[in-house]
Ligand binder design. Sequence first.
Ligand code: AMP
Length: 393
Amino acid sequence: MNKKTIEDIDVKGKKVLVRCDFNVPLDVNDKTKITDDRRITEALPTIKYLMEHGAKVILCSHIGKTKDKQTLLPVAKRLSELLNREVPFAKDVVGEDAKSKAAALNDGDVMLLENVRIHEEEEANDPAFSKELASLAEIYVNDAFGTAHRAHASTAGVAAYLPAVCGYLIQKEIGIMGNALENPERPFVAILGGAKVSSKIGVIENLLEKVDAIIIGGGMAYTFAKAVGGKIGKSLCEDDKLDLAREILDKAKAKGVKMYFPEDSVCASDISENATTSIYNSKEIPDDLEGLDIGPKSIEQFKEVIKTAKTVIWNGPMGFSELTPFATGTIEVAKALAENTAATTIIGGGDSAAAVEKFGLSDKMTHVSTGGGASLEFIEGKVLPGIAALNDK
Ligand code: AMP
């Protein structure tokens, strides 16, 4: 990577503003409880490095949506436990409390600011707000990979006013995914799932230039099935993308990229935990049913392809995996990846990362990205504004 990192600058005695991605999931019934702290633990190497090198560390992040005005206090508490020391929490972002707590920091100390999204100026990337945020510190570190695809004040705008470098998490994410995309060990297989073809078009087009095979599962498979004349019943379908699906198939053929689709599907008439399911050929689904997961034959076929791969990138579930009757395909694909220990296995964040985490398979993967949207845009080959804004080496 050609961007400066925390190791390229002297941080001793300096106030360092660190943008983390502490947008952790909270218990829906008790918003003081964090249900998965991976995004916090993934930020620890950067925080610890800065503390150990004598920086005065000012952490900031968003949590939830701007309209939610959710406090980051639960994160301050969890950080205090993980770092084994009290992490002071400022009740505001650029107000009196933030300023006085920042001024009281000694070398090696750490504090956390309130949710940057309590200010609407954050998402608006307001220059005055960015400047005020920058005035708290002398150096800016971006380690929030999960929001690196957003040009907001704390993820990009602030970099205009301070020396700006990246932390270890961004370095790791870009390093592993960048290497897989640019210099993959082959066969290189991409697995794409999720609801819509439209949200993955850019990804498919970029991957067609790089991979040997693409496995398509999830709701998006049915647009392809219909595009080649299949009967897909009530399954998800983007009728305005049928031509595009055919174009993708032609392009893949021309480039020699093999495309695999689910031969059979787990179908049901309703999406519920106790739905009655039946298996049909994915191109012969009865009118009153919907394909909601890949079927047993597809699982076997996909497993065979995954077994021989040396590099795998996976983004998007194979079915409606939030519900048990439609989760098997996603679980089996996750297991196949876990079993292929000879391959570099990369899970783009979001639903597929959540699934791998839920089934306890994260440790078996080479890399589970902390960013859903960000990893998708990275795989798409797009410039991430939060990284572009940092200083070049
Ligand atoms: P995406 O955000 O496009 O990656 O889509 C993820 C969502 O797609 C998840 O909520 C899944 O439940 C949903 N999904 C995956 N497969 C299907 C399917 N066959 N039918 C309906 N929804 C699906």
